[in-house]
Design a protein around this ligand. Structure first.
Ligand code: ZN
Length: 135
């Protein structure tokens, strides 16, 4: 289960909306053991594309350092889909790095009703995960 606050959800949605119609991506950090995200890091999509994303390795190193300084662990990687459902694409699955990390998909296919889903990706197996939104 992935736990995150309403504030983080709103921040993530605002980020995805601001990048629309291109994909947005970012990281959620907190306690990996508890599956609890406490902070959101907006990342640049260097692919600058409506159908894919990739993060800047230098920016990733910088954020990784910030997380370590704050005693945080990477809990989830999020990105938006602007024309498809909140489900990992075959490319998303092939690029998944760890079964421990949650993959959060934000679909803006219906902009009035964004859909947010979380998954664990282990090899080619995609397992949906419950999201608990805390106050
Ligand atoms: Zn994707």
């Amino acid at each position: 289960m992935l736990k995150l606050s309403r504030g983080l959800v709103d921040d993530m949605l605002a980020h995805c909306r601001s990048a629309y119609p291109k994909e947005a991506c970012g990281l959620l950090a907190g306690s990996a053991q508890l599956g609890l995200a406490v902070e959101l890091y907006r990342m640049s999509n260097v692919e600058d594309s409506p159908i894919g994303y990739s993060m800047d390795p230098k920016e990733q190193l910088r954020v990784d350092k910030q997380m370590r300084q704050k005693g945080q662990r990477l809990v989830a990687i999020y990105h938006s889909h602007t024309a498809s459902p909140a489900y990992p694409s075959s490319v998303d699955v092939s690029l998944a790095i760890s079964p421990e990390v949650s993959y959060v998909l934000v679909s803006l296919k219906d902009q009035a009703q964004p859909d947010i889903k979380s998954y664990h990706i282990d090899g080619t197996t995609v397992r949906p995960e419950e999201i608990a939104i805390t106050p």
